[in-house]
Design a protein around this ligand. Structure first.
Ligand code: SER
Length: 888
């Protein structure tokens, strides 16, 4: 029978447990969202940590998974061994079955035995097991279930048979199953001095979860004894494919073959480690990037960079002068996207990130290696720390990469000197830092940043995460705890909270733990990447090193990010409509509005505003996905990204592209902010005001979606306001107009336009005020011989408003005659309207002429249905009206 492929073995395992009433649960992310102390998921139980401790309930008590794991950085770190052994990996899949207070030792041993001997068909005579030395129960179950003699059940007293996830968390004694690959390989039984050889290989670890390590010296019982097992998929696949080398399985062979084709070299004993490193590191890098981890010089991003650069050094060793990794991705995708669709979703991000990192690093690598080789020829045993530092600082060689290069030469590095140079360089950065200028305040941050390093920002991917309290501050001083009602600041190792930058305001939300609740009202970034959460303790208290749950206010963030994306679309639209001289001069992105300042000499016309809004709304209506990439600043600019000149950017920048312009992105900008996933989320967009804030710099404000709807509703309401409110507005407008005259930094054409606009608003409002005032606007409706007639007299109204009043009157009467007089200063106006059906009986022109004579005017004119005239004597208005009445 042909060997089962790695993919088939995964599914055999999962199906076996499904058949035995386990729920197949998807792998969780590599970046754990439920554990602040862990860098990456390092085993299958991580996603169930809180289920074991009883904190979280799920609707199943038995589960089975194939979990993505990375063991690089943190407690379980295999990076330096990868490539040099047949079994080490940074990325691997762990198959597991879990019982949450359901079955315990006996069933766990039974299932394991049943699966490996029946479904996997392993030879019983090649199997051995270990148990924790005190665990007689497990010992006896193995005897009973497997029929093992005592010498095949080995008692181990070391931590090898006591599994814990990290410093804290669920833990318990474990029992491991070993396979004997045969005496052609070197190695002894577990517990013996040759146990590390290749002959006896651990294939499955059954952990009997009984305890929770709460702190370094405190361990408590779990509410219910549980089971967590872990079997490395790559390892069992090797066994079932009759090899002891994971890299000889079908899956790795495909990756190695592709590599070989690309670098045009066949694997042999001398270069095998390089092929292994590349295959392993490609997997780790691709899966991490798929989750949004991007190479950087801090935290998880730095572990990723170390993995990538180590891998890339090995492709260089194989003689490749061009980037290899991004070309290999296709093979990995074909192999694994069936189970991990994230590889499809993130394909372009993965490829571009791999390519960029490799291109950049290849240039540095050549030069760095030359320097290193020069130095090596001069030394005996120890590479000076300053060489390692120069390689790090100038050529981007992580320390473990230099160590990897020295590995086969039996050389070491003076790491003490290296660390002291690192410290010096931090000090220098501190001295050169140009901060807010408030030295006293900045000083605290330097101390804290030195001690804690950068905060890892998780908020591109998640709205909530756990964090560990690293520092607490009250009145600008570090304290040990914060208590109820304290106002203070919290710093954690990682955070989903966005810290104010790039115009986007900081997130708000809450930090909780038990009955402790801290309301976060703002988040600021200190010294670039130290995130400080400001707020107040609502209840409970908190101390250093506590773990906390951090949740941002999602609605507020969603609105803010939609405004941020809208700002990008606005920026590009301004450039397309007004010209490419438009450059950003400032920006404010809040959850309820955006404000954008840019260079432009003249006011924007109504027609231009319409065009700009149309562009933005078109991009919104196309509902296309927004794309984030990581590039060097130069590459970004080459790709057409809008950047702020004179701004300092780091080694890499995030590049945001959005909108669809005939298949190309509409807007591409450098940006560290948070954005919508799809432009459709932005909603309807409108510019609500424009002004000039300095010579040549204009400001627009805009609203979107719900706030825009509210604004439009309010505007309507405003027009129907009471006269009192309107009078206030009139005063305000008048002040603004007067104020404008005295502003020297506003250019002439702006000033005129603004004054014109404001004056227009002022007039409209004044008319409203007068018409709303019953002492100034008198209306009397009568009926004479079956004909309705309105008499309206308005004090203070300009005569140009007459026609509208007549039209309104006609509408209100239905059929009839409307006579309106308006007077202001010594000017009187009269207008008469006759509804259409009555025009063969009555003539507006005749009425107006008569009235005009009475009020001292010149006759006037018009048509039978509407006529208008002027005069000077407002005291005669009533008399004139009586005259008209007498003619009906
Ligand atoms: N947690 C255990 C391990 O990682 C079993 O899954 O080995």
């Amino acid at each position: 029978m042909a060997d089962k492929s790695l993919n088939e073995i995964r599914s055999t395992f999962l199906k076996y447990f499904e058949k035995n009433d386990h729920k197949i649960v998807e792998s969780s992310n590599l970046v754990p969202n439920n554990d602040p102390t862990l860098m990456f998921a390092n085993s299958g139980m991580v996603q169930f940590k809180n289920v074991f401790t009883g904190l979280e309930k799920r609707d199943y008590q038995r589960a089975t998974t194939s979990q993505k794991c990375v063991r690089a950085g943190g407690k379980h770190n295999d990076l330096e061994n990868v490539g040099y052994t047949p079994r080490h990996h940074t990325f691997f899949e762990m198959l597991g079955n879990f019982s949450f207070g359901d079955y315990f030792k006996e069933k766990a041993i039974y299932y394991a035995w049943d699966l490996i001997t029946k479904d996997f068909g392993l030879d019983k005579n090649r199997l051995y097991v270990t148990v924790f030395h005190e665990d007689d129960e497990a010992f006896n179950f193995w005897r009973k279930i497997a029929g093992f003699s005592d010498d095949r059940i080995i008692r181990i007293s070391t931590s090898d048979n006591f599994w814990s996830m990290g410093e804290t968390g669920p833990c318990g004694p474990c029992s491991e199953i070993f396979y004997d690959h045969g005496d052609h390989l070197k190695g002894g039984l577990p517990g013996s001095k040759d146990e590390d050889g290749d002959r006896f290989i651990e294939i499955w670890n059954l952990v009997f979860m009984q305890y929770e390590q709460v702190s370094k010296d405190k361990r408590i019982n779990l509410p219910k004894p549980s089971v967590d097992t872990g079997m490395g998929l790559e390892r069992i696949a090797a066994l079932l494919q009759s090899t002891h080398d994971n890299y000889e399985t079908d899956h790795f062979q495909k990756l190695i073959l592709s590599t070989s084709e690309i670098v045009k070299k066949k694997p042999d004993q001398n270069n095998l480690s390089s092929f292994r490193v590349i295959a392993d590191h490609l997997r780790a890098s691709s899966f991490l990037i798929a989750e949004g981890v991007l190479p950087s010089n801090e935290g998880r991003g730095y572990v990723l960079r170390r993995i990538m650069r180590r891998g890339m050094r090995h492709s260089h060793l194989l003689g490749s002068k061009n980037p290899v990794f991004y070309n290999l991705f296709e093979t990995l995708k074909n192999e694994m996207s069936g189970n991990y669709p994230e590889l499809n979703r993130a394909e372009s991000l993965i490829k571009e990130t791999l390519k960029m990192e490799e291109e950049k690093f290849l240039i540095l690598l050549d030069r760095g290696i030359k320097i290193l080789n020069d130095e090596i020829s001069k030394i005996d045993k120890v590479l000076p720390g300053d060489v390692a530092f120069k390689l790090y600082d100038t050529y981007g060689f992580p320390l473990d990469l230099t160590e990897d290069i020295l590995r086969n030469k039996s050389l070491s590095i003076d790491t003490k000197k290296f660390q002291s140079l690192m410290q010096e360089s931090r000090e220098l950065a501190k001295k050169n830092w140009k901060g807010s200028g408030d030295a006293a305040v900045e000083d605290i941050w330097f101390g804290i940043k030195d001690k804690l390093g950068a905060t890892e920002f998780l908020g591109y991917e998640t709205n909530q995460a756990e964090g560990v309290i690293l520092s607490l501050l009250k009145n600008n001083k570090e304290v040990k705890d914060l208590k109820s009602n304290d106002e203070g600041m919290i710093i954690t190792n990682q955070t989903p909270f966005y810290g104010e930058s790039g115009g986007q305001v900081g997130d708000t939300g809450e930090i909780i733990s038990g009955d402790f609740r801290f309301e976060v009202t703002d988040v600021q970034k200190k010294l670039g990447d130290l995130f400080v959460h400001y707020g107040k303790v609502i209840s409970g208290s908190i101390k250093l090193n506590d773990s906390v749950e951090m949740k941002i206010n999602e609605t507020r963030r969603n609105d803010t990010r939609a405004y941020h994306s809208a700002t990008h679309l606005l920026h590009e639209s301004l450039r397309r409509v007004l010209g490419t001289h438009v450059t950003q001069k400032g920006s404010l992105v809040e959850p309820s509005r955006l404000r954008f300042d840019f260079s432009h000499m003249k006011p924007i016309s109504e027609d231009e505003i319409n065009k700009i809004e149309k562009f933005v709304n078109l991009m919104v209506s196309k509902k296309t996905d927004v794309k984030t990439r990581l590039m060097t600043p130069d590459e970004a600019v080459e790709n057409g990204a809008l950047a702020l000149f004179g701004e300092k950017y780091g080694e890499e920048v995030r590049v945001l592209s959005m909108g669809d312009d005939d298949g190309k992105y509409f807007s591409t900008e450098l940006c560290g902010g948070t954005h919508v996933k799809n432009t459709g989320e932005i909603g309807q967009f409108k510019i609500t005001s424009q002004s000039s804030i300095a010579a040549g710099i204009r400001r627009v404000e805009a609203l979107r979606d719900k706030q825009l709807e509210d604004f439009l509703k309010n505007k309507e309401k405003l027009l129907n306001q009471s006269s009192e409110k309107n009078e206030e507005l009139i005063k305000d407008l008048t002040k603004q107009i007067i104020g404008l005259g005295g502003k020297p930094n506003i250019d002439q054409s702006d000033q005129k336009l603004l004054i014109k606009n404001l004056t227009k608003q002022l007039e409209t409002l004044s008319v409203k005020v007068i018409l709303n005032d019953k002492t100034k606007n008198q209306i009397k409706d009568e009926e004479i011989k079956g004909t309705k007639i309105r008499f309206q007299k308005v004090d203070g109204l300009p005569t140009k408003e007459l026609r509208k009043l007549v039209d309104d009157g006609k509408k209100q009467l239905g059929e009839g005659i409307v006579v309106v007089f308006a007077f202001k200063d010594d000017k009187v106006g009269v207008a008469v309207g006759v509804t259409n059906k009555l025009t063969d009986k009555f003539d507006a022109v005749k009425f107006v002429k008569l009235s005009s004579e009475i009020i001292g005017g010149q006759g006037g004119g018009g048509r039978k249905d509407f006529a208008q005239a002027g005069g000077q004597d407002s005291n005669k208005i009533n008399e004139a009206f009586e005259k008209i009445k007498s003619l009906i």
